[in-house]
Design a protein around this ligand. Structure first.
Ligand code: NIG
Ligand code: FE
Length: 411
């Protein structure tokens, strides 16, 4: 389907249902997150890479000219999924660590002993740019097959100038939205976090800011304090980057307050967030990105996403795809966990992996909805009801993916 003779129109027809988050704005908060528009016996018409029309089959007018067709019988369509938090650029794996943790070793202790994130840093530094390109493309294919058509990718496993910039380039080259996670961990060649940050800010930030859209920092004991994160993020903001934070994964260190104070786009994780943090976050413009796979894999308490939604907060869901805490590329599985572990409804989960995730990436005007003018990114589900995307736990529920109006993958 890639020749220049390919019709610029694609009709996905005879769908059992077309489901898209409701509302017009972003982010979706409170009751609006539960709104999904469902059309029965419907079609999606794509033209020039955009959605031209969504409607009922009985209202489909005659098609003149060339139109490619996809048979949607027995299937449902939802928007292409948006993964707003991934660490796709890394070499090697951590299966040894996974095995050790299965037998009781703790993630934080392995990290403190120079394993964990730092073991991936060693592998990533020695991989070379071509291998990083290959790795990101491979991970992108896995994500595509699970229905992800827009993804953010963080650096953070280089922590030196060359590898950080190579990581950001690899993410962009594979079609991802690069985030500079220059403050992921303190690499072993530095005595302390501040001397590492001095170098990262002076020598990496000017070039990173030309490639990345946002900066991210891991605020945690054993990583960076809120004070160090403030210095890093303020400098990144001056360089034009949006701000993200990994916060409250293991302990509350002031990440939420900092995120609100700096006007960050999101604060992500929140496993350790208490009532007060939920209340403050809910009253702010900062999106809470929850990552239930990381909580599940590390045996952490699930983030209080239900309370955050009920208090009027903006919530997005993401995979956190990475080799340590969440080796999982599947947003459908994340949605299943949202419904079974976080107390969200299928409708809320859908809004959180589409419109709200797109808002975090500042693309909510283009992706996350099946509506005219939006990017023609459509996920077909092998199911009679769109809610199977959450109900079919870990199943092969995605049957095909249309990306920018082209059939990108079919099971
Ligand atoms: O979001 N917590 C920090 N960073 C990642 C994990 C990175 C790793 O273990 O390699 C996360 O969970
Ligand atoms: Fe993460």
């Amino acid at each position: 389907m890639s020749s220049s003779a390919e019709p610029s129109r694609l009709l996905v027809r005879d769908l059992k249902q077309v489901a898209s988050p409701g509302g017009a704005g972003a982010p979706l908060r409170g009751a609006a997150l539960h709104d999904v528009d469902v059309l029965e016996d419907a079609f999606v018409l794509c033209e020039g890479g955009r959605i031209a029309e969504v409607g009922r089959m009985r209202d489909l007018g005659p098609m003149d000219g060339d139109v490619a067709e996809v048979d949607g019988r027995g299937q449902c369509a939802i928007p292409g999924l948006v993964d707003c938090h991934t660490h796709v650029c890394f070499a090697g794996d951590r299966v040894e660590e996974f095995d050790l943790r299965s037998r009781g070793a703790s993630y934080e202790e392995l990290h403190a002993a120079g394993g964990g994130i730092l073991s991936t840093v060693r592998a990533t530094r020695s991989a070379g740019e071509d291998a990083l390109d290959d790795a990101v493309r491979r991970h992108r294919e896995w994500m595509l097959h699970a229905g992800t058509t827009t993804f953010e990718g963080k650096s953070g496993y280089g922590l030196d100038r060359d590898t950080e910039l190579a990581s950001l380039r690899a993410i962009g080259a594979a079609g991802g939205i690069p985030t500079w996670l220059g403050a992921h961990a303190v690499p072993p060649e530095y005595d302390d976090a501040d001397s590492y940050l001095d170098v990262a800010i002076d020598e990496v930030l000017p070039d990173a800011a030309r490639i990345a859209e946002a900066a991210d920092v891991f605020v945690e004991r054993g990583a960076f304090s809120a004070e160090q994160a403030r210095r890093y993020l303020e400098t990144c903001r001056e360089a034009g980057l949006g701000l993200r934070l990994h916060g409250d994964q293991f302990s509350e260190q002031g990440a939420i307050e900092l995120a609100i104070d700096l006007g960050a786009r999101s604060v992500d994780h929140l496993e350790a967030t208490g009532e007060d943090g939920i209340r403050r976050l809910a009253a702010s413009e900062v999106v809470g990105v929850v990552l239930p796979v990381a909580a599940l894999v590390l045996g952490r308490p699930m983030p209080r996403a239900r309370e955050l939604v009920d208090a009027g907060g903006a919530v997005a869901l993401a995979t956190d795809f990475n080799p340590g805490s969440a080796f999982c590329e599947s947003l459908p599985l994340v949605c299943s966990l949202a419904c079974t572990q976080l107390g969200l409804s299928p409708a809320e989960a859908l809004g959180a992996v589409t419109v709200n995730a797109a808002h975090v990436l500042r693309r909510a005007d283009r992706v996350g909805r099946l509506a005219p003018g939006f990017e023609a990114d459509v996920v077909l589900l092998d199911a009679p009801d769109w809610r199977h995307v959450t109900y079919h736990v870990g199943g092969e529920v995605v049957s095909a993916v249309v990306q920018s109006g082209r059939l990108a993958w079919r099971r």
